[in-house]
Design a protein around this ligand. Structure first.
Ligand code: DLL
Length: 435
């Protein structure tokens, strides 16, 4: 198969060249940030580090970390590194957790971001002959605008659908023969479910690839989506703070996402001590954005837990790969003292033949955590015989206990009774109010 790249020279440059490029950019970026952002200047002064101390990427560890709390402190303009007359756009997180992040862009920032998204589309097999349906939300969320821009750059015919209105999504997909779809994995699963209900088989669906991200999803969910839609499903990663999607993306090997290292310098740290960990060790992902002008980031703690690897990739890309995030250090639940990630529950469900339609409810009663998992029955399991239902629930709870080490109360609920998501799925309801 022909190997395709959007920016071949950059995507396949030798590791030495990448590191040299990163070093040059880092020195400039630190100077830019120190000179233009008072907030960073005081963080660096506090740590006793000056721009001239940073001579290359080997000095990165000398810089202070930046956290979400800093973003909150500096809200809204405190981290801006360019005058407003050079900024052309903002994007923002939904702020459902009360922590709205606003990112600013110059035109150059947007251009580089769209290039990153274009790399992801080309890695998924996209060319100017494709029809690319962008079903991430548009507006403040970065998903729609990012992939929309990337799709234009590749020259695909772009369908700016935004999320939601599933009937209309399907109509456009079918009428215009969309070949690539970009949306959250949970929405892809929902679209797949709806197509199936309408009687479509995978070979009748024109799609060949999907670019899914913005939330955690498991390998099992990938298989599920690939089978229902008859496509290859690629992962894409990013966060509002780093411009949005396209920080990292999967190639045809589907074994982790190449980080666009010419723009983003990645480290893995111990989330508790801040110590930098060697390649191949699981820890918190930290990014330094090397080119971002308006909203630069030095050593930004993402809270996403993953592993980095530089094992050569058969696609020819040389950029380091990150594993799927295994959860966020801040959405890991501690239930009765045990660490639980929603993705572990999802893995069990798919292994046991259930659909990934579930909700976890954690509460605290009499000083003890309660742990309930509502799971939709498959339509073919639908039964109101109490005995049969209890047996199914018990067996599923057993499988979860094996995976997690603690016993949830599993409740099988009727098919379609858990709200479907058109954007990021709400998997956890934690009523304990521990924070
Ligand atoms: O979710 C940007 C994005 C849009 C990425 C479209 C991919 C596709 P935020 O809303 O700021 O930005 O959320 C960022 O989402 O720190 C991760 O915890 C999570 N996340 C993003 N991509 C993935 C992924 C966008 N592929 C937060 N797998 C990040 C798992 C992901 N988690």
């Amino acid at each position: 198969m022909e190997k395709r790249y959007f920016q071949k020279e950059i995507e396949t440059m030798s590791v030495e060249e990448i590191k040299k490029l990163q070093s040059e950019k880092l020195v400039k970026q630190v100077k830019h940030v120190y000179e233009n952002v008072e907030y960073y200047r005081s963080l660096m002064d506090e740590k006793g580090v000056k721009p001239e101390d940073i001579k290359g990427i080997e000095d990165l560890h000398k810089l202070p970390f930046l956290s979400k709390a800093d973003l909150r402190d500096a809200y809204p303009y405190g981290l801006l590194a360019k005058p407003l007359d050079e900024c052309v756009r903002i994007q923002s997180t939904s702020g459902t957790t009360g922590r709205r992040v606003i990112a600013f862009y110059t035109q150059k920032d947007i251009d580089l971001w769209e290039d990153c998204c274009a790399r992801a589309i080309v890695a998924a097999g996209g060319t100017n002959k494709d029809v690319c349906q962008v079903a991430y939300g548009y507006g403040l969320f970065t998903g729609g605008p990012g992939l929309n821009g990337g799709s234009h750059r590749v020259g695909c015919l772009t369908l700016p659908m935004s999320s939601g209105n599933t009937e209309r999504q399907i109509q456009f997909m079918m009428d215009l023969s969309a070949t690539i779809i970009c949306c959250t994995p949970s929405y892809a699963a929902y679209i797949g479910e709806t197509l199936k209900e309408q009687g479509y088989t995978p070979d009748q669906i024109p799609l060949k690839a999907g670019i899914f991200g913005a939330e955690a999803w498991t390998e099992e969910m990938r298989q599920n989506i690939q089978e229902t839609l008859g496509i290859k499903a690629y992962d894409i990663y990013g966060l509002t703070e780093t411009s949005g999607p396209g920080v990292a993306f999967e190639c045809e090997e589907q074994t982790g996402m190449h980080i666009n290292e010419d723009h983003f310098l990645a480290e893995i740290i111990d989330p508790d001590t801040g110590e930098v960990l060697p390649e191949g060790t699981k820890g918190e992902l930290v990014f330094t954005a090397l080119d971002k002008e308006a909203f630069p980031l030095l050593r930004y703690r993402t809270r996403d837990i993953c592993v980095l690897t530089r094992k050569p990739c058969s696609c020819g890309r040389t950029h380091i790969k990150m594993s799927k995030p295994m959860g966020r250090s801040d959405d890991m639940m501690i239930i009765r003292g045990v660490n639980v990630f929603p993705s572990q529950i999802e893995t069990v469900l798919l292994q046991e033949g259930y659909q990934p339609n579930y909700q976890i409810i954690v509460d605290r009663k009499n000083n003890t955590d309660t742990f309930d998992v509502n799971v939709e029955m498959n339509p073919d399991q639908f039964t109101d015989t109490v005995g049969a239902l209890t047996a199914l629930e018990k067996s599923l709870a057993g499988a979860m206990k094996t995976m997690l080490g603690i016993n949830p109360a599993v409740h099988l609920v009727p098919p379609k009774s858990i709200a479907r998501s058109e954007g990021k799925a709400v998997r956890v309801i934690d009523k304990r109010k521990l924070v």
